[in-house]
Each structure stands twice: as C-alpha cells, then as structure tokens.
Design a protein around this ligand. Sequence first.
Ligand code: G6Q
Length: 545
Amino acid sequence: MSSPLTQLASWKKLQAHQQEFDQKDLKQLFFEDSSRGRKMTIEAAGLFLDFSKNRITEETIDLLLELAKETGLRERIEAMFCGDKINISENRAALHVALRAPQGEKIIVDGENVVPKVHAVLDQMAHFSNRIRSGEWKGHTGKRIKNIVNIGIGGSDLGPVMAYEALRYYSDRSMNFRFISNVDATDFVEATRDLDPSETLFIVSSKTFGTLETLTNAYSARDWLLAGFGGDPKAIAKHFVAVSTNTQKVAAFGIDTENMFGFWDWVGGRYSMDSAIGLSLMVAIGPDHFQEMLAGFHAMDEHFRTAPFERNLPVLMGLLAIWYNNFFGAQTIAVLPYDQYLKRFPAYLQQLTMESNGKHVTLEGTCVSSQTGPIYWGEPGTNGQHSFYQLIHQGTRLIPCDFITFYQGLNPLGRHHDLLVSNVFAQAEALAFGKTPEQVRAEGTSEALIPHRVFEGNRPSNVILAQSLTPRALGTLVALYEHNVFTQGAIWGIDSFDQWGVELGKVLAQKIIPELENPAEPKLEHDSSTNNLIKLYREKKSKTI
Ligand code: G6Q
C-alpha cells in the first residue's frame, strides 16, 4: 500500500512553505515582482487564466508540481484517457472524453473501439433534432412539436438545464424548453400548466431508468398526456422519447426503443451532458452548435492530456484548490460567473465537484489522511456582490474565488458590458489588495469607524476570460472544471467517479414510503425522532386547511 499523502516529501515541503505566507501577502508579492500580473497567466483552448492573485510564488508552483509527480497525476490522466477502469468501486472506466473524441479516433473499452458508437448516437440525435426543429416530426394529432420537456434528475438534469440556459442565445426561440427534476409535484405542475399536450414532447432522461423521481414524473407526464388525448395510448409514440442505458426498462415504460438514445456505463451521470443526455440541448441549439460545443470539450481534453503541467489550466487550477484546501484550511471555493447566461453554472458545478470529490476513503479503501473535496458554490455577478461578497471581503474565512467573464457580451446594450467587466476586475483587485487603515483614515473616516471600513486584502482569486459565450467556449469551460476536479481527486487518491454517499437516503426512503401511505397504522421501528416525525405527518397530512 502506498504511504499516506501527508507523509510524502512534497506534502511536508508544502506545509513548511505555507508558513512563509504568514509574512508575505499579495501586496508584497506584487511589489516584489512587477511583471507578476503578466507572468502568472496562461492561455489555452481559447481560455485565458490570470492566476497571479493567488497566495503563491514560483516555488509554490514547483512544490505543487512535485506533489503532482509524487502522486502519479500523469499516469492517472493516461489511465483515464486509455479507458482503464479507474472507477474502481464500480469497476468501470470513466470515459467522458470519448464522448467528444473526433471520428476516426480510437478509444478501446473491453476490447472495443467506442468512438464509432458515440458518433452513431450523435447522428441519431442530430437526425431526431432536425426532424423536431423543422416540424417534420409531428405530434399525435399532426401538430408541430413546440415544447420539449426533459424529465431527469442529478446528472440527467443539471447538465442539460445549465447548458440550455448557457446557450439560450443560440436556441430556437419558437420553441419552449422545460426541465422537470424534483419529485415535488410543483415542479411537474408548474412546468406543464400552460402547455398543450398535442405540441409537447417529453424526453425521459435516465441512465438507469430506475430513478424514483424521474419515473414518478414520467408516469405523471404519461397520465397528463393521455388525459389530453382521451386516453389513447397510441399518442405515447409521438410524444415520448427516452435517453438511457437500459433498453428493457424503457420498453417496459411503453416507449418505443426506436425512439431511445443510448449511452454507456462508462459515462458517469455528472459527466454526461455531452452524451445523449444532452438531447434537449441539441434540439434547442441544433446539431451544428452541439458539435461546436463538443469541439470545445475536446480542445480542453487535448490540452489537459498533453500540455506540460506548469502550463496546464486544469492541472494548475486543481493544484491551487489543493493548496488552499489542504494547506490554508479553506473549506469552500466560490465560482462567480459574470454572465447571466451562466446562472446555473455554479449549481452544475456543485454536483460535478462535490459528488466527485466528497469522499473519505482512498482508492485502497483506507481513510484519507487529509481533507478532500472543498465546497463549491456561487451565483452570477454582479448579483452576488449585493449579497454574500461581504463575507468574502471582510469575513473571517478564506474563500478562493474563480471569476469567469467574456471580452464580449452576447447582447450588446449601451455600457452594460463594460460595467459588468469592470466589476470583475474591481472585485479581484479589492480582494487581493484591500484597503489599509491609513487609506481609510485619509478619506476622512472617523477613528471609531476605521476598523469597520478596513479591507485586509490578501484574498485569492482566479480570473478566467474567453472571447464570448459560444457553444465551444462552454464546452471548454465545462471540461476545464471536469479535469480540475480530476486533478484534485488524483492527488487525494480517491475515486472521483462513484457516488455511494447518495444511496443510504434512497434506501431508507423506500422503507418510509409505505409507512406514510399505508392506511393501516404501521409498526414503526426507526429511532424515536423518525418514528415521531412519521406519526406527526400521518396525523396532519389529511387535515383540511
Ligand atoms: C451522477 C449521479 C446522479 C445521477 C442521478 C440520475 O453522477 O450518478 O446524479 O445522474 O441519480 O440517475 P439516472 O440518470 O440513472 O436517473
């Protein structure tokens, strides 16, 4: 068994090195090297990263690279790209990179080249999307489909909805796109209340086709649709398609498997938005834009696989996350997109990062020796500035921030874009350099108020810029975070591709469902709190209000 991470020579050196930062702040680092702001930048695959406002020196990078070497990051990357079964607890490959591999590439899983299969499904998706978009695909009564409703949850929802919102600019505005995920009926009712069943198509997206929330919503959708067609089951064929790996269950639900779009067990849910799970997105933006997005993903994949680590965007961002998480005790990372179309990006990243790296055992099954996955969170700027930024600027916690913005906005309007981007630069500057008591005093502030108005500064951030929010840029950005997460997981030596932590609650819910529904008083054998809550709910649920 390999020695614990915290015993590695590079880890110990990083611990010692971190102490130096008690004396050195960002202001001093910039003062010592006036070219820092230009030097500590990288441009790759159309993304520009300024990482100069981090609490690092060149030595920090060297030591972090040493850690990457000692933990075998290069070998882990190769293992992923080669289709090795790196998801060891599920005995599967994690091959989302194959979803965007160009035709002609070879990626072998269990002796089979999977790239042709990927392209066959992409062609099937394109054919279907074109038929819907052109109006050739008609509903049961011959009407054109105007409403697409994706039913899915977790990885089968967050990616499609994030990407649809992100690329809405490119979407067919004569159509409506809705996403239903929650088992709370409100989600279903609100998403369908103004829709005409004869113009509506449901895409039931579920890798397993066994997920409680998705199947409950799919059955409600079927009832809703049949009610609109006087109960005629023939209507299903024109109004339901499925995205899944489970043909049998799709057929059992009553969806013609001709109208099923497949993918494979080596695509993890949270890594699936560029598989058939992205079907609703492809209908929205069209196959060509979808292909452009895949090209963006692929460009970042290539960069990640081939660029030297010191010039490698995802590797550097992953190492910086480790630096703050493990050596400064930072518990969270804020992702702050300054583009309204990216409003769902932080929510998407929450799953990608925390389901992947929220693990407490190593690949060998022993307890990790250090903290693992930080909490990712965020909101689009500038809105966040008027709510939680206070804590980032003046609170007691260290919160590294990723600012994301574009040189050009998609909706030019007066001064808006300059004002937006000025806020990115100003926030990063304020966080890094703050405001000293002397500066506050010089503004004529009374002595009593000075402590309240001081900004310590020395708060780290990355600034990520791209030309504009194109499908390609979105693909590149998502792949950047996928590989950033991979880098972190590889350093910690954990399985970033399983998610056993979501299982226990699901199993317990299955036991509780009949205890809530059974007309006869059930014999409850939970703890006293759960028993009491169940009793209370049973008592109150039928009360007239
Ligand atoms: C993601 C997880 C999880 C999954 C959902 C939906 O990595 O596996 O979020 O995507 O539980 O699962 P199905 O697609 O099987 O319905």
